[in-house]
Design a protein around this ligand. Structure first.
Ligand SMILES: C[S@@+](CC[C@H](N)C(=O)[O-])C[C@H]1O[C@@H](n2cnc3c(N)ncnc32)[C@H](O)[C@@H]1O
Length: 262
């Protein structure tokens, strides 16, 4: 097996799994496996892409989320581990048979995972971009998750629909944030609102009451430094029981609030 010092050890392992088709256990078990010429050629073509900083998920074409493989392309954000926390919150709070809406579904990682973790839920997912939605559609089909997918600018194609839970990981990075420079391979419209970082959140929150059933939850992932202001946006828009929770790194990451029972 090739041992390369020119890229990170963990990246090398993922690349080797990709070129051999081995899973992790098989890769470890066949430590003395000799790559075929075609595999070496494939590997040698991929290493420079890793060295140029292209995310491994785009090179191998998938990313693990909630222990499942999601197809990703440059049309989709690469799912992040902290987003699993958002899924956990919905799984915990959704009542039996609840209708859930995922706004800005990307690869479909939130919507598909929710359906697979809770088959009783009725899950609708929207994204503004047809090419992005197509990746979500393929993930839903490959992972056998029956969800509804709609091309929509936030709520624009959802007239008169009502949900028990609305969940979203919207673009929330501010236009001038230096972090964007390191994320140049990912779709910019998935990362930033090209404004102050809060405009998508304001839209989603301010319209949410039209689309939420009584006693319904709105849950939004946001930047580590946006907890206070997002909490304020929820409160100003009449949501109650507003709570901001921390991610695994101890950073304010998700804000949620409820509509009234009536
Ligand atoms: C941060 S990504 C989240 C993707 C996925 N939910 C995840 O957690 O990995 C934001 C997503 O919102 C979508 N989006 C951006 N503006 C939108 C809009 N106006 N209406 C619907 N979706 C939008 C982007 O295409 C992108 O897929």
């Amino acid at each position: 097996m090739l041992r390369q010092n020119i890229i990170d050890r963990a990246d090398n392992r993922v690349l080797l799994m990709h070129v051999t088709g081995f899973n992790h256990a098989r890769l470890l078990a066949y430590d003395d496996y000799v790559l075929t010429e075609a595999q070496i050629e494939n590997y040698n073509q991929l290493v420079p892409r890793v060295q140029r900083g292209e995310p491994l998920a785009y090179i191998v074409g998938y990313k693990e989320f909630y222990s499942r493989q999601f197809k990703v392309t440059p049309d989709t954000l690469i799912p992040r581990p902290e987003t699993e926390l958002l899924v956990e919150q919905v799984v915990e709070k959704a009542s039996n048979g609840a209708k859930v809406l995922d706004l800005g579904t990307g690869s479909g990682c939130i919507a598909v995972t929710l359906k697979l973790e809770r088959s009783d839920l009725s899950v609708t997912a929207v994204d503004k971009f047809a090419a992005t939605l197509e990746v979500a559609r393929r993930n839903a089909a490959d992972l056998h998750a029956e969800i509804e997918l709609i091309c929509s600018d936030w709520y624009s194609e959802l007239a008169a629909r009502k949900f028990n839970i609305i969940v979203s990981n919207p673009p929330y990075i501010e236009r001038d944030d230096q972090h964007l420079l390191a994320l140049s391979f990912e779709p910019q419209a998935a990362l930033t609102d090209f404004a102050d970082g809060l405009s998508c959140i304001r839209t989603i929150v301010s319209l949410s009451r039209e689309y939420l059933l009584p006693d319904g939850w709105l849950m939004i992932e946001h930047g580590y430094d946006q907890g206070t202001v997002v909490h304020e946006i929820f409160t100003k828009n009449g949501l109650s029981d507003v709570t901001t929770i921390l991610d695994y790194a101890g950073l304010e990451r998700i804000t949620m609030g409820k509509t009234l029972k009536y």
